[in-house]
Design a protein around this ligand. Structure first.
Ligand code: OAD
Length: 244
């Protein structure tokens, strides 16, 4: 087993205080997707959308990675093959935990994008309707996040990674949003072993070879310990001491 691809969703950041979307207290119980996570919603009410992401941007900047993020960073450092995290999350908690190979398929709160010229820059904490692009000066600045109806980022790279995957893990995601929900099918086709780690079985858990349920902060470190236990010369306890 060499190449590991890990898909993460809001559940991995829940214990860092970031909240999820579809749980009983999730963001989509308080906001309508069409209002804050579509290009049409942004065109209708840019002030509301900018405020929605600005609040989350400040929250993400203050949040700390939990034991699950740290365990994935530890896996990347110690695993003899490749470990790539493909995340649907727009927070930067994988990077804060020390992961290097992270693909943000739904973009990042920390980024701003000009919808006129495509220029990207680091977002200020608070973005407002009509903010100007520092490159073309048009009032067309938006959060660099992917909305419903837009194409997720890094898809070519992700498809290549799934085609080469030996092990695919899905952590803290409900399996309700495509294309991420179909990654398990692509990984299976490539012959990868597929495991789901989630609080409860997701909508697509029947597709996985193995399903483990529980808090990410508990089941992810235990899974990483198991994987690293199969690698000669790696002592998980020593690796843990090196964690940031
Ligand atoms: P969801 O809110 O749909 O699902 C989160 C999953 O995490 C659920 O299955 C929970 O049971 C699980 N969960 C909650 N707390 C957990 C914990 N402590 N440990 C482990 N699992 C836990 O979030 P996503 O699947 O990430 O996209 O949502 C996918 C996309 O839909 C998001 O990227 C976002 C959203 O709309 C866009 O905005 C484009």
């Amino acid at each position: 087993m060499k190449n590991i691809v890990i898909l993460t969703g809001a559940g991995i950041s829940a214990e860092s205080g970031m909240g999820t979307f579809r749980d009983t207290d999730g963001l989509w119980t308080r906001y309508a997707i069409e209002d804050v996570a579509t290009p049409q919603g942004f065109a209708r009410n840019p002030a509301l959308v900018q405020e929605f992401y600005s609040i989350r941007r400040v929250k993400a900047a203050e949040a700390m990675p939990n034991a699950a993020h740290l365990a994935l960073a530890r896996l990347e450092r110690a695993w003899p093959g490749t470990v790539t995290v493909v995340t649907q999350n727009v927070d930067g908690l994988h990077e804060k935990a020390g992961s290097g190979a992270v693909l943000h398929m739904h973009g990042e709160l920390a980024g701003a994008l000009c919808s006129a010229c495509g220029h990207r820059w680091r977002a200020p904490d608070k973005m407002e309707a009509g903010d100007r692009c520092p490159s073309c000066n048009e009032p067309t600045a938006r959060p660099d996040v992917v909305w419903f109806g837009e194409i997720p980022y890094h898809m070519d790279r992700i498809i290549d990674l799934l085609a080469e995957a030996d092990l695919f893990a899905s952590i803290g995601t409900s399996g309700q949003v495509y294309p991420a929900a179909a990654f398990v099918d692509q990984a299976r086709e490539a012959g990868a072993q597929c495991i789901e780690l989630n609080l409860d079985p997701s909508d697509i858990s029947h597709v996985f070879d193995e399903v483990r349920t529980g808090l990410a902060s508990q089941i992810v470190p235990a899974w990483v310990d198991e994987l690293l236990g199969t690698v000669p010369d790696v002592n998980p306890a020593e690796e843990e001491r090196d964690a940031p």
